[in-house]
Every structure is written in C-alpha cells, then in structure tokens.
Write a protein that binds this ligand. Structure first.
Ligand SMILES: *Cc1c(COP(=O)(O)O)cnc(C)c1O
Length: 404
C-alpha cells in the first residue's frame, strides 16, 4: 500500500492539518520521516514522550508486559495496576487513584467526582464549577466546556451547565463570584495550551482559601505540568498548595495512553461501585510502563536534570533573542517553555513553526503568539544547542521574509 501525506486528506477526518512529512521512526530526541529525513524533536508528542523515542527501558517493559498481560478490564484487578497506584500514593501522599486513558477522561472523572461529592454532602444545588479563561482541559463535552477557550466548545451545544469562566490570576473577581453553590474550581498551575501562562502564587493561595471557605473542591489539571515536566514530579509541589483532586496523563506512561486522578480516601468514597468506570483505564500494559516512568522521573537527579536543561534552554533562547529581537517574553518552568513573539510578528506564529520544520526542528505553538518548547525530559545540552542552531536559521528566514 502506497502511503503519502495525501493519504491523510483521503481517509482521515479533517480535525487536524498535519505537517507535510509522514513520520516513521524515532530515536531519543530525533524523529525520522518516511524518506529518512531527520528532525530534532522539541514536541515530545505534546509533552508526552518524556523519555524520548525508542527508549530501551520503555521498549523492554512494553514487550515483557505484552507477553504477559495486556488487558483484563476492571472487573478484575492485576499486579501492574496495583503497583503503579501504590507508587503514586507513596510518592505524592494522596490516598486513592483512579485510572483512565487520557487527560480529558481524567478531568471528566475529576469533575464528575466533584459534582457527586457536593450532591451527596450538600444537595443538588451545589453544582457550580469555576474555571479560567485560556485554560484547556480536554475535548469531551464536559471537559471542553470547562476549558476557557470558547472556540473549542462552540457548535456542540447544548453544553453542560453550571460552568463559569473567570479571568486567570484575578483574585477579586474570584472572590466576588465563588459562593456556597460552587462545587469545584479547576485550574492549571501553568496554563499549557493557553500560552505557557503561570498562575501567580498569591492567586493560587487565594483560590485554595476561597475553596476552603465555600467547601468547594480544588482540582489541579496537571495533565501537562505533571510527571517531571516542570522540574518536580507534580507542579503543585513548587507552589505550596495541594489540590483536593489532581489529574494526570500525558507523560505518565511515556507515550502509551494513560490518565488518572489522585485524591483522598474521603473524597474517593463518593465514587461507589457502579458510579463511574472505564473499560481500558488502568490496563496492565499502560500501568507497567507508568511504574517504570515513575521510578525514572521521580529520581531527584532526573528532576534536577529537567530543571538544569530548562534553564539552559531558556538562556539559549534569550541569547538568540539578543541577536534577533523576536521574543517579547521567554517563560515557563523546567522543560515547559514558552517564547512569546513580539507584536511586530503578529500572525507569523504558524510561519515560524513551518520554517522550523523546513530546517528540521519540530516545535509547538500555544495560544496565538507563543512558541511552545516541550522536548523529551532526557534532552541534553548538545541536542538543545543543535535545536537552537536550527531555530536560528528559521529566525533568519523569518526576518528575511518580513523585510522582503
Ligand atoms: C493535553 C491536555 C489535556 C487533554 O488531554 P488528552 O489526553 O488530549 O485528553 C487536558 N488538560 C491539559 C492541561 C492538557 O495539556
């Protein structure tokens, strides 16, 4: 069968417009397309492939587990699911885990759980959910409606009700909006898709206090910030505020689909047998890889490496910026990095991304004017420098184009 990029347009639902190449293989921080062309990968499958591509340990765990047990459903339990759950509990101090297959499903579970807790303890009036502008929480109808980007939920109505979006980092507005009818506040510690926008420490503390005052549950969506991405295993560790429910996914099984929620025994008790579920969630294959990832990534030396590489990458971006003056701001934590374009490059984000691909550097965008860099956490200084050389060529092209 002859496969080309055109095949996408012929047989795929057009939700995406993938770039021109068709990828075939990866190794470490590199990807290769069907013609053998090599790319430096600063996307890591959207902050997923934390250990890079074709990682020997990951491949070994997958093949070993595949020959033992791939899936049994949740009407049985299995050693791998229990091992990963125990590791997460031990690592974080949360008491209970529920596994799903993606970030959206993790948020869906967290939101349903928050509604059920409020319903059981206070009655059905307490059902309102507060979230923030520019947030992203996934694509199920509930999670996409809670997300603060109307372009993603428009045209799918009627959408679930009782959801209010407030400006991010605005304590006063939250104070004036939250009531005893609020059952949950959902937020990202650093908004990922929205533009690598960090929550202020004061804001995070105020959200925690206001949730406590009004008996609302605080949910941190750590789907993108979790699993070492920001230099601690979860980002909440760095802000001194612990959410009641934490959602995790993306990097947790290094590319094998998985998601989960972490919470207390008291809150978890409201999901009684039959109230929620998942056929694939917590399957032994994904959990075996998850256990391997938790062991690797929670190692303090590994987390220090993420912090160091993040600082190095931001410094390299700043160095390029001194020469080319393209970025208004370079921000983020660990290896979750955003470089916001100067206003004179408004509308040029996709062009710059394409130019990078032309020079064989793959990176992402966030919001309308932010270049997003989320390389594999195992990246080295040498690969960062290699990527920066390619970015420099793309920036030269961008400026040449702007002057033409
Ligand atoms: C990616 C992402 C999601 C959605 O995860 P899926 O696995 O695509 O469902 C939710 N929240 C945040 C913060 C994300 O970055």
């Amino acid at each position: 069968m002859k496969i080309t990029r055109k095949t996408f347009d012929e047989v795929m639902v057009p939700c995406y417009v993938p770039q021109d190449m068709v990828l075939e293989r990866g190794q470490g921080c590199y990807l290769f397309d069907m013609s053998g062309r090599k790319y430096v990968d600063f996307t890591a499958g959207i902050a997923v492939n934390c250990l890079g591509h074709n990682h020997k340990g990951v491949v070994d765990v997958i093949s070993k587990q595949a020959s033992r047990l791939i899936h049994v459903s949740n009407i049985f339990t299995n050693n791998q699911t229990l091992t990963l759950a125990s590791k997460l509990v031990k690592l974080t101090g949360y008491e209970k885990v529920f596994f799903v297959n993606s970030g959206a499903e993790a948020n869906e579970a967290a939101l349903k759980l928050a509604r059920r807790v409020a319903y059981d303890d206070y009655g059905e009036e307490k059902c309102e959910i507060i979230s923030f502008a520019h947030s992203f929480h996934g694509r199920t109808l509930f999670s996409v409606t809670v997300g603060g980007q109307p372009k993603y939920s428009t045209g799918f109505g009627p959408v679930p009700g009782g959801i209010t979006h407030l400006p991010f980092n605005d304590i006063e507005t939250l104070k004036n909006t939250i009531t005893d009818k609020t059952c949950a506040v959902m937020m990202e510690v650093i908004q990922g898709e929205g533009g690598i926008l960090p929550a202020d420490l004061d804001f995070i503390r105020a959200v925690r206090e206001l949730c406590d005052q009004h008996h609302a549950l605080l949910i941190f969506d750590e789907v993108q910030t979790g699993v070492g991405r920001t230099g601690s295993f979860y980002a909440y560790e760095q802000v001194g505020v612990r959410p009641d429910i934490l959602t995790t996914a993306k990097g947790l099984a290094a590319g094998v689909p998985i998601g989960g929620i972490l919470t207390s025994t008291k809150i978890a008790a409201h999901f009684k047998p039959g109230t929620h579920g998942s056929t694939f969630g917590g399957n032994p294959l994904a959990c075996a890889v998850g256990s391997y990832v938790v062991d690797k990534v929670s190692d303090p030396a590994f987390l220090q490496h993420v912090t160091d590489m993040g600082e190095f990458l931001r410094a390299e971006l700043a160095r390029l910026n001194e020469k080319y003056h393209v970025f208004k701001d370079i921000r983020g934590r660990g290896l979750l990095i955003g470089a916001e374009l100067n206003p004179e490059y408004d509308g040029k984000l996709a062009t710059l991304q394409k130019l990078c691909t032309k020079h064989q550097l793959l990176l992402l965008t966030a919001g309308s004017n932010v270049l997003r860099l989320v390389p594999p956490l195992i990246i080295t200084k040498a690969v960062i420098k290699e990527g920066m050389k390619l970015l420099e060529r793309a920036l030269q092209d961008l400026q040449a184009e702007a002057q033409a």
